[in-house]
Design a protein around this ligand. Structure first.
Ligand code: IPM
Ligand code: MG
Length: 371
């Protein structure tokens, strides 16, 4: 198979983890006889420094023409501490989501058995955790009207949702629930927010089309508690943009490191694959970042191309290297390997391994729309 991939390394540890993910993709191409063509493009603080814009027009064009986008990370401390900055790196990612119509952000949270003792939570509470967050990504308070009063002493961010915006992501989440354990939890704040009441109403209507799916409704404050107390009760979590941002970071803690979690953003056009972690500027250039989240994002990308055997080969290699203790410092501050070594090992394991039968049982097969 021949595929064109837009590669946007971005800021901080972005370029380092992307380098490892590309190594793994090259390993897959060699082993399974595919051809991946890469086109690099600028985004974030890196793009601001070089062009003045966090998302140059040319980057959007490259993404539109690609079969998928592989994204590193975005953000730079020099902007974080300057609330008056006119351009911000994050605008690059937000505009890209909007330009590509990426309305659903899919974040799987699954415990690696061999890392259960690295979780800050008690092992008996988290065994069997295997949930997937469907976060709405192009609406809500992130994209509503924003502004300041004339005097500048008050500010507003409007949160708005239409039925159509809710339905398109909710349908994806229901479909995923049907392929998984048939449970869907809508996380909202319907006791306070009108937008949440519209979410609840819409999901209630939609649930009539999915009689086999058990639907549960949780207020976000309660959900935040439940995710820590009993994460293994969840299957598919559906929620709006801001709540999804917060609870998916919270859920990532369960697995022991945010550096393990992958994501796919899908919608109208090209899909985008990225680790859920940020740019981790303190670690940039030190070869200590965890590349697994980006490598697993590549597995999601391959699934979206319907390359299930290849995605499975990546997951097997990741599992094997982790269970042999070949982990980065975030998972073991004493005995660890570098970011590039972790990438080397996974890529070599893929090349050395005999292609196996695909075990669909625990895969996200079908969780993603096929490109
Ligand atoms: C994420 C990030 C982004 C978001 C930032 C970088 C704008 O936190 O992808 O979760 O808030 O969506
Ligand atoms: Mg976030």
């Amino acid at each position: 198979m021949k595929k064109k991939i837009a590669v946007l390394p971005g800021d901080g540890i972005g370029p380092e983890v992307i380098k490892q993910a590309k190594k793994v993709l090259d390993g897959v191409a060699l082993k399974f006889d595919h051809e991946f063509e890469y086109e690099y493009a600028l985004v974030g603080a890196d793009a601001i420094n070089k062009t003045g814009s966090p998302l140059p027009e040319n980057t959007i064009e490259i993404c539109r023409q690609a079969d998928a986008v592989l994204f590193g990370a975005i953000g730079d401390p020099s902007y974080d501490n300057d609330p008056k900055a006119k351009v911000r790196p994050e605008q690059g990612l937000l505009q890209l989501r909007k330009s590509l119509g990426l309305y659903a952000n899919i974040r799987p949270v699954k415990l690696f058995d061999s890392l259960a003792d690295r979780s800050p939570l008690k092992e008996e509470r988290i065994t069997g955790t295997d949930l997937i967050v469907y976060r709405e990504l192009t609406g809500g308070i992130y994209f509503g009207e924003k502004g300041r009063s004339k005097e500048g002493t008050s500010a507003y961010d409007v949160c708005e949702y239409s039925v159509n915006e809710i339905v398109r992501v909710a349908v994806m989440a229901f479909d995923a629930a049907m392929r998984r354990r048939k449970k869907l939890t809508l996380v909202d704040k319907a006791n306070v927010l009108e937008t949440s009441r519209l979410w609840r109403e819409t999901v209630q209507d939609l649930s009539k089309n999915y009689p086999e799916v058990e639907v549960e409704y949780l207020y976000v404050d309660n959900a935040a508690m439940q995710i820590i107390q009993r994460p293994n009760q969840f299957d598919v979590i559906l929620t709006e943009n801001m709540f999804g941002d917060i609870i998916s970071d919270e859920a990532s803690v369960i697995t022991g490191s945010i550096g393990l979690l992958s994501s796919a953003s899908v919608g109208d056009q090209t899909s985008l694959f990225e680790p859920i972690h940020g740019s981790y500027p303190e670690a940039a250039g030190k070869d200590i970042a965890n590349p697994i989240a980006t490598i697993l994002s590549v597995a999601l990308m391959l699934e979206s191309f319907e390359l299930y055997r290849e995605a499975n080969a990546i997951r097997n290699a990741v599992n094997r290297s982790i269970s042999q203790g070949l982990v980065t410092p975030d998972l073991d501050p004493i005995s660890h390997v570098t970011c590039s070594k972790a990438g080397d090992v996974i890529s070599l394991l893929i090349e050395a391994d005999e292609p196996r039968e695909v075990n669909f049982e625990n895969m996200f097969e079908g969780s993603l729309p096929v490109i």
